[in-house]
Write a new protein. Structure first.
Length: 72
């Protein structure tokens, strides 16, 4: 993987967690995006979503783009 940033757009498909694990293992900047705050619910989400290496963004795609650009 040669990406500088990996974006995980939720809800994801079947391969989403494989790609997420690969990004984490390779130390890539990884951002989880959801339109709502469901990604913060520990009871219903994957353990991966709560790792300290990950950044979370909830809101619009414009919010996601602003987050990416702000921390370039």
């Amino acid at each position: 993987m040669s990406a500088d940033v990996v974006l995980i757009l939720l809800p994801g498909g079947k391969g989403t967690h494989v790609e997420l694990a690969t990004a984490i293992a390779q130390g890539r900047r990884t951002i989880l995006h959801s339109q709502d705050e469901v990604i913060n619910n520990v009871e219903t989400t994957s353990t991966f979503y709560h790792l300290p290496e990950l950044e979370k963004c909830h809101g619009s795609l414009d919010d996601l783009l602003a987050m990416i650009v702000a921390k370039k």
